[in-house]
Design a protein around this ligand. Structure first.
Ligand code: PLP
Length: 406
């Protein structure tokens, strides 16, 4: 009583963060957190990439660095290095000066900038996201004022693979002037990506229906271990002269989660449009975070522009991607050896950091309450690199138990 805040209702907890809290409070010695979306070493520890440490040490000793504001749209060298990483050195759009980009507070910030721009300056109101998708997509677009947030079919629960026909059908029924978010690579949460041939059909459909494409690419390098191979979708769009935006994140592939290191790329039809787009985007940035943080962007720029550092970073990416693959193989083999009912081939077919295990909500509940193994309810999503050679036996046995009991 007596408070102006008295009528505020509590909001539901954000599942991933609630899981972390519950996990931290759990005193069981074999507890495992498979819910978190961050890389872990085989010791179950976060990994500061060695090349990042090297560059940070250099920065600490650099008397020329200070804490002045960056330009509103970010460090210029960062923005061009990000474009090249995404589109490749042969990019037709870069060569004809049709690319603009904006340093953003993580991939999340880049998506928010895109949504604000598409709504305020281009009057889009309808957006399509995959069913299921990363939890933040729908809410970001709603907060930006999109009143029509729709889903296109993506995951087929029976086949535990892509519902390709459903996806095409839904995009084909899109109203005039829709936006679609396409996951650039290593789809979160399902770990299922379209094939190159399927992308051709998907993009054809988007073109036929005039759908504007926002590529969300938060896991470049995590699918194949190769940055170029993982940039297939944006490079395909570029080669085919299609205008699009792409939200990049270096949270995962640089391990820079809390440094909020992202970038929004805009590829447009001619170079004259760039200055107008930039001036408008800067107005959005100015009222959102005014100007972006320095630390993560400085690290990424240094690594991308220094061949020796960059080669080292590529090795780190290979290491992360191959540890994930190894965990897939091991979990699959262990479930087979235990004779766990059902087909578990999707564990090795899926790619990237996550796997939709297909465990039911009831089975997930039992994993958490009975076995102290934390994972997301929808699809039973697990982070593959939260598995280690020390906890994988316990996790496999627990999956076996819930599948046979629940
Ligand atoms: N997009 C997807 C699909 C993600 O999974 C994530 C992070 O989990 C992001 C965007 C945002 O990443 P960031 O932490 O850089 O904001």
């Amino acid at each position: 009583s007596g408070s102006v805040f008295a009528d505020i209702e509590g909001a539901p907890a954000i599942e991933v963060f609630k899981l972390i809290g519950d996990y931290n409070e759990d005193t069981f010695d074999k507890k495992v957190n498979l819910g978190v979306g961050a890389y872990r070493t085989d010791e179950g520890k976060p990994w500061v990439l060695p090349v990042v440490k090297t560059v940070e040490a250099m920065m600490a000793g650099d008397a020329g660095l200070n804490h002045e504001y960056l330009p509103i749209s970010g460090l210029p060298d960062y923005r061009t290095a990000c474009q090249k990483l995404l589109l490749g050195s042969e990019s037709p759009a870069i060569q004809s000066s049709r690319v603009e980009s904006f340093q953003a507070c993580g991939g999340t910030g880049a998506i928010r900038l895109a949504a604000d721009f598409l709504k305020r300056l281009m009057n889009y109101d309808c957006v399509y996201v995959s069913k299921p998708t990363w939890g933040n997509h729908k809410t970001i677009f709603k907060r930006s004022g999109f009143s029509d947030v729709r889903e296109y079919r993506y995951w087929h629960p029976e086949t535990k693979s892509l519902d390709f026909q459903g996806m095409l059908e839904d995009l084909n029924n899109a109203p005039e002037r829709s936006v679609v978010i396409l996951h650039g690579v290593a789809h979160n949460p399902t770990g299922v990506d379209p094939t190159k041939d399927q992308w051709v059909e998907i993009i054809k459909t988007c073109q036929a229906k005039n759908i504007f494409i926002l590529v969300d690419i938060a896991y470049q390098g995590f699918a194949t271990g190769d940055l170029d191979a993982d940039a297939h979708l944006p490079r395909y769009l570029d080669r085919n002269n299609i205008e699009f935006m792409a939200a990049q994140s270096f949270s995962k592939n640089f391990g820079l989660y809390n440094e909020r290191t992202g970038n929004l790329v805009v590829v447009c039809a001619n170079s004259e449009l760039k200055a107008k787009i930039r001036s408008q985007m800067e107005l959005i940035i100015r009222v959102t975070w005014s100007n972006p943080p320095n630390h993560g962007a400085r690290i990424v720029t240094t690594v991308l522009n220094n061949p020796a550092n960059c080669a080292e970073w590529k090795e780190h990416i290979k290491e992360m991607a191959s540890r994930i693959k190894q965990m897939r193989q091991m979990l699959h083999a262990k479930l087979k050896a235990l004779g766990t009912p059902g087909n578990w081939d999707h564990i090795i077919q899926q790619i990237g950091m996550f796997s939709f295990t297909g465990l039911s909500p009831k089975q997930v509940e039992m994993m958490i309450n009975k076995y102290h193994i934390y994972l997301l309810k929808e699809g039973g999503r697990i982070n593959m690199c939260a598995l280690t050679t020390s906890n994988i036996d316990y996790v496999a046995k627990s999956i076996h138990s819930v599948v046979t009991e629940a």
